[in-house]
Ligand binder design. Structure first.
Ligand SMILES: Cc1ncc(COP(=O)(O)O)c(C=O)c1O
Length: 410
């Protein structure tokens, strides 16, 4: 074990959460704990949060415990206890995101959350849907499928990654809105370029331009990484996946729908716990998570993942993740390599992407892993997305490996 790794494991402490988090080892906000909370080994380190995150051991153990409890007894008492964790999770997430629990649906992933909005909004002939051209397919081609049915139209617009100011970016969003615009849908942080949109300013400006536009924000790359206050962002809906930056269970996701829109959006799936008539819908946004039998153990462990976040605080997590990403950016800048992602602090995120020819990207991911033990991704170039579990040592190792393979970059 390297010195840096040993130091990293010593840093964290925090009496208030030491019990529940016993096992974590990094400085996040005010929290300090002493042993690694994640099970991965030092020679296979994830730096790919934009795709998938490991769960902290306390969450994967809780998940296994709930599953075992159900296998030992499927009595209504045991099932009720496990299922009750879903409401615990909903309340904890609502408190962290600045919403009410009734505005949150616990769905399966961002793709599903996006599609509740895409397929559930009533569009009519001539309605226009405005999309940022960096949206994920579940928030892009999904709209084409919907407008082919409804007679609406899709219009896409671009934002240069080398944009200089927030005003410049906001103006591009507003200019894309016309009198026919019914929906504007965009990604908070792009998985393709790592560009972080000034979401609050954009939503406020779109609202001022046309008040009746539904604004949907895809938060797959922000929920769990960024301290988000949905009360301060004038969007109408927001989506995310627990298995990405939230470090939660796989195939669990989040959909926020502002209260005044819940009645107007049709659910894609109607099943238990919906009641016996069409008017017997579960309360609030719960109508979007009436998906029939779920993996209740996974859903329950979302509450434990939320406890993990509460302890470190979303602000502490954002600060730590960005600190590590900034160190990575600075080290790579010293190598003189070309970035896809923005280095402008107004738009930079924890998704750091280097330019690489498509045919080299996969090979680079393999070589970097062989040389550093760090897992990156070949998405949009060579993509690194460090999170709170990454250390200065991981960053230095990945930079050294990239330096060795730099001839393969663009
Ligand atoms: C911005 C964005 N939206 C949606 C998704 C889809 O997420 P999921 O596969 O968890 O549904 C992704 C996945 O990478 C993404 O980056």
């Amino acid at each position: 074990m390297s010195i840096a790794r040993r130091d990293f494991l010593k840093v964290v402490g925090g009496a208030s959460v030491a019990g529940s988090l016993a096992g974590y080892g990094v400085n996040v906000g005010a929290v300090t704990v002493s042993v690694p909370a994640f099970g991965f080994s030092d020679d296979s380190v994830p730096m790919n949060a934009a795709n998938l995150c490991p769960m902290p051991t306390m969450v994967s153990e809780a998940h296994a415990r709930y599953a075992k409890e159900l296998d030992l007894s499927l009595s209504s008492a045991t099932r009720g206890e496990v299922e009750a964790q879903k409401e615990v999770a909903r309340s904890k997430l609502a408190a962290m995101l600045g919403t009410s629990a009734d505005e949150l649906a616990i769905v399966r992933n961002t793709s599903e959350a996006n599609n509740v909005i895409v397929q559930g909004i009533s569009l009519k002939e001539g309605d226009e849907v405005v999309l940022w051209d960096q949206n994920h397919p579940s928030n892009d081609v999904a709209w084409e499928v919907q407008t082919a049915r409804s007679g609406g139209t899709v219009r896409r617009f671009s934002v240069p990654t080398d944009s200089g100011s927030i005003d410049e970016v906001v103006d591009l969003f507003v200019a894309a809105v016309s009198d026919k615009t019914r929906v504007v849908s965009f990604t908070h942080i792009s998985n393709i370029t790592g560009f972080r949109t000034p979401v609050a300013e954009i939503c406020a400006a779109i609202r001022a331009r046309k008040d009746d536009v539904h604004i949907h924000v895809d938060g797959a790359q922000t929920w769990g990484a960024v301290d988000i206050d949905l009360g301060a962002i004038e969007c109408d809906s927001f989506s995310g996946s627990a298995h990405k930056w939230f470090m939660g269970p796989r195939e669990v996701g989040l959909l926020y729908v502002r209260e005044r829109h819940i009645d107007d959006i049709w659910p894609n799936v109607v099943s238990i716990p919906w009641g016996g008539t069409k008017d017997d819908a579960p309360k609030g946004a719960r109508k979007f998570d009436a998906l029939g039998q779920r993996d209740d153990a996974a859903v329950a462990s979302l509450a434990d993942a939320a406890t993990f976040h509460e302890a470190m605080t979303p602000a502490g997590i954002e600060e730590r993740s960005m600190m590590i990403a900034d160190r990575l950016r600075a080290g790579l800048q010293d190598l003189g390599v070309t970035f896809v992602s923005s280095a402008n602090p107004a738009f930079a995120s924890s998704v750091v992407i280097l330019s690489a020819p498509g045919e080299n990207s996969r090979k680079l991911v393999g070589q970097v892993f062989d040389d550093s033990g760090i897992q990156t991704a070949g998405t949009g170039g060579l993509r690194m997305s460090p999170h709170v579990y990454n250390t200065e040592d991981h960053v230095d190792r990945v930079i050294a490996a990239i330096s060795k393979s730099r001839a393969m970059l663009s």
